[in-house]
Ligand binder design. Structure first.
Ligand code: OAD
Length: 243
């Protein structure tokens, strides 16, 4: 029996689809992960740079650390999973992509309606006027980069201990609540509030599909767990849903 029959889903452009992505979707693009083996923190240079930066975040030291990360990510290209999400967004009328990633690879692939829960490393934010500025080039000409109001910018990225943008959070929770199909891709589902979103979708009757080569805390709750890498698991799932 195919997925659509098993789920009792009518796949049409009207289906409300929400996708939550985490660091795992970018692994096949070569972006270093946060925790565990092979993570960014195993690199002494990352630890050294990160330990020098701290609040108020609009400093040269913070940007040196971010420039180090931006340079690494700049060499990475979106993979088949990122591009499949672009196709899905074109097909569904109400499609919401929620990401915990700050690498900007969804934007690079061509996704449009994205709720970036933790911000985007290719943007800066003014600590005085609040303006958000695109900073697509690395290396930056001067550190810290400046706003047009002349104040220095901070990275537009949520730092540990900071609260998330309430507007982004509200849009993500509202979409999760209304979802009929929810895909959780490449996330360990341990970092709140993102981890609550698939559970909220489940409680409201959505079918929840996880794509992750490893078991997560979500695995036993979901409608289907696909134990594959994102770039290998998502394109065939999308084909099957469309068939
Ligand atoms: P994690 O690093 O916690 O989890 C990555 C997940 O990806 C794990 O569950 C892996 O099993 C899975 N994975 C590994 N290879 C994969 C592949 N090829 N395809 C698909 N999945 C794969 O990342 P997140 O859940 O995103 O916060 O963690 C959330 C947040 O934790 C990050 O956004 C970051 C960090 O603290 C901030 O930057 C504020």
């Amino acid at each position: 029996m195919g997925l659509r029959e098993r789920f009792g889903l009518t796949v049409s452009p009207k289906l409300r689809v929400v996708v939550l992505t985490g660091a795992g979707i970018s692994i096949e693009s070569g972006v270093p992960i946060f925790r565990g083996k092979g993570s960014m923190w195993e690199n002494p240079e990352a630890r050294r740079l990160a330990s020098r930066s701290g609040p108020p975040w609009n400093t040269r030291e913070t940007w040196e650390y971010y420039e180090w990360r931006r340079k690494l990510v700049n060499q990475c290209k979106p993979n088949a999973a990122h591009y499949t999400l672009v196709d899905m967004e074109k097909y569904f009328e109400k499609f919401c992509l929620i990401t915990q990633n700050v690498d900007g690879l969804h934007v690079k692939a061509g996704s449009k309606n994205i709720q970036e829960l933790h911000g985007n490393m290719w943007k800066g934010r003014c600590t005085r006027c609040g303006r958000v500025v695109d900073l697509p080039e690395t290396p930056l000409k001067s550190l810290p980069p400046r706003c047009i109001c002349s104040n220095s910018l901070r990275p537009h990225v949520v730092q540990f201990g900071e609260t998330l943008d309430p507007k982004v959070l509200d849009a993500a929770f509202t979409a999760s609540k209304q979802a009929e199909l929810f895909l959780a891709i490449g996330t360990s589902s341990v970092v709140s509030p993102a981890s609550q979103m698939p559970l909220l979708a489940l409680q409201n009757g959505a079918k929840v599909v996880e794509i992750n080569p490893n078991q997560t805390v979500l695995t036993h709750n979901v409608s289907l767990s696909i134990r594959r890498k994102a770039a290998e698991g998502l394109p065939p799932l999308w084909k099957e849903l469309l068939a």
